[in-house]
Design a protein around this ligand. Structure first.
Ligand code: ADP
Ligand code: MG
Length: 758
């Protein structure tokens, strides 16, 4: 349709922001609102409050200070005046002219100047003057005004969007099709689609402001529910289709149970038993399993996976385990081999990683292809090195990889003993990301979820301490003492070599450790009080000129520690750039206790398991993300001996860094840390949205909208599974239901097309 204000050029700009249709534009919601119904007058403002003020521009000046230039704007109403201050404000010069009307929104601060009041970095908008057309004024003053993120420079900023969306809403008045059954909306007490769209953009007078800011008005709730409903409905459908696909019905008879029992090195926890029960229950079904095994670091996921793999083996199938790093794959390989030594069957286990030499890889591929190798453990090489399985029955994917992996397995050459031709293998995904259960259930709507919510017995809590870098000597003393008692230690550095941060170890792009650079706080956020407030904020580079240098690295510290503080101890080095054999040798020696102290990078973050290690020292701990620190700490405390996690910090720790470190000291609960992490980083980053292939949302926010997510899941399942004939009618008319399905198809293809769990 033709939208007023959108020509070809603008359309192109909008497309760049993924706004292709009029509907897309309507779903581009304001990110905040300004209450300009009753703007405040300057003489009634109190310091400390957030306020919206409409005043006249009196003058402005750019102050060149030793540090950043400061832009000062004076605004006034009658005899009252107020200063507005922007640091690094050169970009504002020339923008304001005396006599213009401006709306500013920010926290009121005391000022030493004659005006007594000021705002630091307020949000502002120049308002149309009296001469402007009535419509423009109508949209911007005397009402709750929506504020949008720009869709392209100054041109497509808030003002443009207000007008365009306003016209669009007028043009479609009475013609926005409803996409949910009326009866459902009535039951849930949610407004219709058109009303909701209108009211999120132009809230009616009297809408509680706090509700608006929290995206909690009925209009918001309706649009969020709508988005989540279609997500959940799609997941529901995928799950149902999975139930219809042909898989392998594994048998679990006494023989299989005995095979598992004879290798189990300990009594499983109740949680492990329950999870295995759920997994095996799925495996017995004649359709493919798609299950997520979630358990905090150290909860004992590996053994559960190995047991499931044994079930496949005993049924005459191959099983594959894919780990995110070579070190971890190697460790799983060694552990599996040790475990299966006790097995009377002695299955053949092979390891396949990218850095093995070509000869060995070729031989291993051959063994897998001919079915001589039953248990296959490896890295991504399993899908990258043209591996063809003979009869693959179960794929276990450990940590991190989530979606889209299974399709890339060259699955079965031939059907198994009792598998139908074309039968798909089962799949188990393991994750230590402690996603709150409700969230996991909803997010992984197409996976079933098992949770290990219990730690194996005999663990003692880990003592976590923060130590400033200057006190390193004490730390090394402590490490020596522990080694003297027969224990082992890890010392972790953020980089391999050199001091530049250009050597990412794992792909933790979603877990961007801070570089110590602080951006000025967003307006409206709290501003530090006290003397420094006048000249605040220090920008990153002033405050921390060497933010990017002065980093200790694993290679250098390995040398230094060996020569100095840890002389006489057996100190090993492990990082991502060693080749596979070297890694394996170091890992093995550490496991056998032939290395006392392992200097490493985050390659050891995931999954490494050496119960005799009791000390985890992390240097530059402020640079690591919470999830990483939690994973690193999880490397100790795996045995009965008391364990320690020592977080050493560099010169300057940002506010967020402080919060993370304090949280680490305060709690060991992965769920609590995850929640905090979620709060600090927002769900997109937390889940590594893109990496995980998770959908991006237009209006919903998984953290904020958890309750609506639950509701959407329930409603989706109810909609997809209407009562059986004769037991009541499905909700909504036939036409409405048909529209829901049509909309699902469209929305799913467009928004969630990439979510494929295989
Ligand atoms: P994660 O869930 O982090 O992958 P692991 O599978 O590596 O945890 O298990 C952590 C440690 O706990 C390992 O040393 C493992 O052998 C041990 N473990 C697992 N289950 C039990 C159990 N039921 N009893 C005693 N130790 C266990
Ligand atoms: Mg593990």
């Amino acid at each position: 349709m033709y939208v007023r204000g959108v020509g070809p050029k603008v359309a192109e700009m909008l497309a760049a922001k993924d706004i292709q249709t009029a509907e897309d534009l309507l779903y581009h919601l304001p990110f905040r609102y300004e209450d300009r119904q009753n703007p405040r007058s300057l003489d009634e403002l109190k310091t400390g409050e957030m306020a919206s003020v409409i005043a006249e521009v009196r003058g402005s000046i750019l102050l060149r200070t030793r540090k950043a230039p400061i832009f000062e704007l004076t605004v006034g109403q009658g005899r009252c005046a107020m200063k507005c201050v922007w640091f690094n404000g050169s970009y504002l010069s020339g923008k304001f002219h005396a006599g213009q009307t401006v709306a500013v929104y920010g926290r009121v601060e005391p000022s030493r100047s004659s005006s007594n009041l000021k705002m630091i970095q307020p949000q502002f908008e120049l308002l149309p003057d009296e001469g402007a057309d009535a419509e423009t004024r109508l949209l911007e003053v005397g009402r709750i005004t929506p504020v949008y993120e720009s869709l392209g420079g100054a041109r497509l900023a808030s003002r443009w969007q207000r007008r365009t969306i306003f016209h669009l809403l007028e043009a479609v008045r009475g013609a926005v099709p409803e996409c949910l059954p009326r009866a459902m909306l009535a039951r849930l007490d949610l407004p219709d689609r058109e009303t909701s769209l209108r009211e999120v953009h132009f809230p009616p007078e009297g809408t509680p402001f706090a509700q608006l800011q929290a995206s909690a008005t009925p209009a918001h709730r309706r649009l969020i529910f709508e988005e989540l409903f279609f997500l959940e409905l799609g997941l529901e459908l995928k799950r149902r289709r999975m139930r219809e696909r042909a898989g392998i019905a594994f048998a679990t008879n006494d023989k299989v149970r005995e095979a598992i029992r004879e290798v189990l090195p300990f009594h499983p926890t109740a949680a492990q038993k329950r999870a295995l029960g759920e997994i095996v229950g799925d495996m017995r079904q004649p359709n493919p399993m798609r299950r997520l095994l979630q358990g905090d670091v150290g909860s004992g996921k590996t053994i559960v996976a190995l047991q499931a793999m044994l079930v496949a083996l005993e049924n005459g199938y191959q099983a594959a385990l894919m780990a995110p790093t070579e070190i971890l794959a190697t460790q799983h390989f060694l552990a599996a081999r040790k475990l299966l030594e006790r097995s009377s069957r002695k299955p053949r286990i092979v390891l396949l990683t990218g850095s093995l030499d070509e000869d060995r890889k070729r031989r291993t591929r051959g063994e897998i292809n001919r079915g001589e190798a039953q248990l296959v453990i490896g890295t991504h090489a399993l899908i990258e090195e043209k591996v063809e399985f003979d009869r693959l029955g179960l794929v276990v994917v450990d940590e991190q990889h989530r979606f889209g992996v299974l399709q890339r397995f060259k699955l079965m050459k031939k059907p198994g003993p009792d598998g139908a031709p074309g039968a798909e293998p089962d799949m188990l995904v393991m994750t230590a990301t402690p996603i709150p259960r409700t969230l996991a259930l909803s997010l992984y709507g197409d996976l079933d979820v098992s949770v290990l919510d219990e730690m194996p017995p005999g663990r003692t809590p880990i003592v976590t301490r923060r130590v400033p870098g200057e006190e390193a000597e004490k730390v090394w003393d402590f490490v020596r003492k522990q080694v003297g008692q027969g224990r082992q230690a890890y010392i972790v550095y953020p980089v391999i070599e050199g001091s530049k941060d250009d050597q990412p170890e794992l792909d933790f792009s979603h877990d961007d450790p801070e570089i110590g650079i602080e951006t000025p706080p967003a307006p409206g956020r709290s501003v530090r009080k006290g003397k420094t407030a006048e000249l605040f904020p220090k920008t990153a580079l002033e405050a921390n000129p060497s933010a990017k240098s002065g980093l200790k690295s694993a290679v250098e510290m390995h040398q230094k520690l060996r020569a100095g503080p840890l002389a006489g101890l057996r100190v090993g080095l492990l990082h991502g750039r060693l080749d596979a054999d070297e890694k394996e040798i170091v890992m093995r020696r550490f496991q056998r206790g032939e290395i006392d102290v392992l200097v490493a990078t985050t390659v050891i973050e995931v999954g490494v398991d050496v119960p005799n290690a009791t000390v985890m020292v992390v240097e530059h701990a402020e640079r690591f993300g919470l999830a990483q620190l939690h994973q690193l700490r999880g490397r100790v405390g795996r045995g009965a001996a008391k364990s320690y996690c020592i977080l050493m910090t560099g010169a300057r720790v940002s506010e967020q860094g402080e919060e993370r470190l304090n949280a680490m000291v305060r709690t060991q609960d992965g769920f609590e840390l995850a929640e905090l992490d979620l709060n600090l980083r927002g769900p997109g980053e937390f889940f590594g949205t893109r990496q995980a292939g998770m959908p991006e949302f237009r209006v919903a926010n998984l953290l904020r909208d958890r309750q609506l997510l639950e509701l959407a899941k329930i409603e989706a399942s109810r909609f997809a599974n209407p009562p059986a004939p004769g037991r009541g009618a499905p909700e909504g008319t036939e036409a409405e239901r048909a529209r829901v399905w049509a909309r699902l198809k469209e929305a799913w293809q467009r928004r969630y097309g990439l979510v494929e769990a295989g």
